[in-house]
Ligand binder design. Structure first.
Ligand code: P6P
Length: 341
């Protein structure tokens, strides 16, 4: 019964059932012909990892695990202590799942091959950025985990041959935002659903189904400190946006910026710059999963004029790409300026 003593029923759009992420995964499992329990177990490993990482992020300053460890990752970026801790959590939870053949992480130069495909069990590749935006940690800014799941090709001779699939072949994608609350956003290719961790219960509770990105929000999200080295079309767009009453919002963590766009609309851009001529964001475990989520929520995602992100055929696990993603009307406004002479 709800608070008014009425029976809990499907009330149109607002499904009042109490659904945890675990129950949602099992309910969705029926729609994934290949999945069976294998796929669901992978998602539950990501859920457990999110809870563990959320606790470590919340306690970071108390337990003095902020700051860097003084080494750099494959990206040449200084590793934060929690980058390494979050990476270990994901490797150890996913490592225990029978359905995971290969994992690839922003923090590991080479993919980790966990199992081959001899026994005919459908297996998957899981790619992730364990703690995206971790430089925000010291100042209590939003940080997140981003993940992408691909079906493993058991015939592949090398791990890369199975991993290097275009984003359009992802079977699932999502992120966890460790912000004012811990939010788990997931797509299995049938829309985008959102869950919030209830610490008193220790479960992710479903709060939104089939998220749709609102149109008409005149907000852009870009690091304007790089403006001088943007290609001219991006500069023309920014001039146009500022002449037309746009606001600017930029969190410095892709998960936080994309989450705002999923809920409120607008557009996120990471153009080519002099420092990152191919763009800064990584295709396989940042751009592709976010692109799947945004497109599943009715938005648009491009690497540039005429180049849909999820159509890019990757050639390297850590390759980078420019990114323009968000509400379709707002992405189209950017593209119009990239194309204009
Ligand atoms: P910049 C974080 O390091 C990250 O990979 C994304 O999460 C974020 O959108 C971007 O880089 C921020 O880069 O150059 O603006 O600090």
């Amino acid at each position: 019964m709800n608070s008014a003593g009425e029976p809990l029923t499907h009330s149109g759009r607002d499904d009042v059932r109490i659904m945890t992420l675990q129950a949602h995964i099992l309910e969705e499992q029926a729609h994934q012909p290949l999945a069976g329990g294998t796929f669901s177990w992978i998602l539950s490993a990501l859920s457990i990892s999110a809870k563990i990482i959320a606790d470590k992020v919340r306690r970071a300053r108390l337990e003095n695990v902020l700051g860097s460890i003084g080494t750099e990752n494959i990206q040449g970026e200084v590793q934060q202590k929690l980058d390494v801790i979050a990476n270990e959590v994901l490797l150890r939870t996913l490592g225990g799942r029978e359905g995971v053949a290969i994992v690839a992480s922003e923090e590991n130069e080479e993919p980790v091959i966990l199992r081959d495909d001899r026994h005919g069990i459908p297996r998957y590749c899981v790619l992730f950025d364990p703690l995206d935006g971790s430089s925000n940690l010291d100042v209590c800014g939003g940080v997140g985990t981003i993940f992408s799941i691909l079906a493993h090709d058991g015939r592949a001779q090398r791990a890369e041959d199975s991993l290097l699939q275009a984003g359009a072949r992802q079977v699932a994608a999502g992120y966890v935002l460790y912000g004012s609350s811990t939010v788990f956003v997931l797509t299995l290719g049938r829309g985008v659903d959102m869950f919030v961790l209830d610490p008193s219960v220790g479960a992710f509770m479903r709060v939104e189904r089939n998220l749709r990105i609102p149109s008409g929000n005149k907000t852009y999200s870009v690091n304007e400190g790089n403006r001088r080295s943007f290609p001219d079309g991006y500069k023309r767009y920014l001039d146009w946006a500022q002449d037309n009453g746009y606001s600017s919002r930029y969190a410095g963590a892709m998960v936080a910026d994309v989450h705002r766009i999923l809920l409120k609309g607008g557009v996120f851009l990471y153009p080519p710059t002099s420092k990152s001529p191919q763009g800064k964001l990584r295709l396989m475990y940042e751009a592709n999963p976010m692109a799947m989520l945004v497109e599943q929520a009715g938005g648009k995602t491009m690497a540039g004029p005429g180049q849909r992100i999820m159509d890019i055929q990757p050639t390297a696990i850590h390759q980078r790409t420019p990114v323009v993603l968000g509400a379709t009307d707002q992405v189209d406004a950017v593209l119009a300026h990239l194309a204009s002479a």
